[in-house]
Design a protein around this ligand. Structure first.
Ligand code: ZNH
Length: 141
């Protein structure tokens, strides 16, 4: 689990990002799709053009769920249980893609919050996003 210092780093960066979830989420998705085009296959029903409404809305949902998770750092499994079911049973997203999205989110944070997202904050977020990914892929079989 995260140390108290890591929890504080996660929450502090989140307080900067939380007002802008659609734009930040959309940018993270755009970076994901540009760098790893195979990830687009899950979104064939979306308009993936730059800044599209679909990217904004879905980006907002993904980051919103991450924001919600920042409030349940001691309890991620139950907080993310419904999303975990969705990804495992319904969406069947290849687990390898979670690392790619985590990477895209971190690069997006770095480009928006260059001062706050220092090496310590990044390490905490990397750990946090790994835990989220582990929960979201825990029900695969
Ligand atoms: Zn996911 C969906 C989150 C990852 C794919 N997602 C979703 C949602 C959310 C999320 C919140 C919505 C739900 C509802 O509506 O109910 N995700 C998330 C997170 C993560 C993720 C947090 C991590 C971190 N996903 C992911 C990946 C992928 C995905 C990696 C691939 C690539 N998702 C998805 C899809 C969907 C989702 C496909 C569906 C969409 C629509 O709308 O259709």
């Amino acid at each position: 689990m995260l140390s108290d210092a890591e929890k504080a780093a996660v929450q502090s960066l989140w307080s900067k990002a939380s007002g802008n979830v659609n734009a930040i989420g959309a940018e993270a998705l755009e970076r994901l799709f540009e760098s790893f085009p195979q990830t687009k296959t899950y979104f064939s029903h979306f308009d993936l053009s730059h800044g599209s409404h679909d990217l904004q809305v879905h980006g907002g949902k993904v980051l919103g769920a991450i924001g919600e998770a920042t409030k349940h750092l001691d309890n991620l499994e139950s907080a993310l249980s419904k999303l975990s079911d969705l990804h495992a049973y319904n969406l069947r997203v290849d687990p390898g893609n979670f690392n790619l999205l985590s990477h895209a989110i971190q690069v997006t944070f770095a480009s928006h919050f260059c001062t706050e997202f220092d090496a310590t904050a990044q390490a905490a977020w990397d750990k946090f996003l790994s835990y989220i990914s582990a929960v979201l892929t825990s029900k695969y079989r």
